[in-house]
Design a binder for this molecule. Sequence first.
Ligand code: AMP
Length: 281
Amino acid sequence: MLVITTNTELNTFLKTIKKDNNLGLVPTMGALHSGHLSLVKKAIKENDHVIVSIFVNPTQFNNKEDLEKYPQTLDTDIKLLSMASDQIVVYVPSVSEVYKKEVTPKKYNFQGLDLVMEGEFRDDHFNGVGTIVEMLLNLIKPNNAYFGEKDFQQLQIIKKLTEIENIPVNIIGCPIVRESHGLAMSSRNERLPSQIRQEASIIYNTLKAAKEKFGTKSAKVITDWVTKVINDNPNFKIEYIEISDAQTLKPIKRKQKGKKYRAFIAVYTANVRLIDNIALN
Ligand code: AMP
C-alpha cells in the first residue's frame, strides 16, 4: 500500500491515474475505527482509486487539550486500511506541508449553517474544517468524497463549501456506525473509561426515545425531557440538544409537512465531548 507524506509525491501518484478513472477521497483524522472503514469500503466499491487522508487538523480544534490528547495510531491505521484493500493510497501530510507558513483557517460564509450547534460551541471549528477540506479537494480533485452522518452538520457545511467555492465533486454522506450498545463510534471513545463507555449508550437510547416522542410531542417538551434524562446521570452533562431542519439546520419552530427533521446532541462525560444525531422522520 502506498503511503505518501508530501504534495510532490501526491502529484506524482495523481498523474498515474487514467483520465476516465474515478477517484474517491476519504478525509480522516486517523485513529481509525469501523465508522471510518465503512466510508472507505463504500469508496472502494464506487471508485477505481481511493485516497484516504490522515491529518489531525489543528485549525479545527478550539480546545488545545482536545488537540493534544487526540489519539494518533498511524501504524494500526495503515494495517487496517491495507486489510480493506492494498490498493488504497494513504496521504499523511505534516502540519507544515498543509499550512506552509501560517497555521490559521480561512474565513467562510456558510450562510448560517455554521452558527448553530457545533459552530456555536466551537469557535472557528468549521472555518478550520472548511480550510482543510477545500485544500484536500483542490489538491486531489476527487470525483467523489465521503463523509459520515456522525458529523451531520459538517456534512451539510461541506456540501455548502463545494457550492460556494465551485468545487466539482460529489459529496457522499454515509450512515452512522455504532458500537454494539449504541454509542456512535468515535476516535474519542478510546479516551473513555470502560464503564463510562458502556453507560454512554444513554445518548443513543435517549435519541431513539426522542424519535418516538416526535410524532406526538412538541420539540420543547422533547428537548427538556432529553436534557433531564442525560443530566440526571451524574456522569453526563448535556451541552446542547436541538431539533432542527435537516437541510437548513435551523431549530424547528413548527413541524412542516415534507420537511425532514433531526435531533442533534453534544454531551460531556469523563472530560470527553461526544456528539450524535438521529433522523426523526
Ligand atoms: P474524523 O476522523 O473523526 O474526522 O472522521 C472522518 C470521517 O469519518 C468524517 O466524515 C466522519 O463523519 C466519519 N465518521 C467518524 N465516525 C463515524 C461513525 N461512527 N460512523 C460514520 N462515519 C463516521
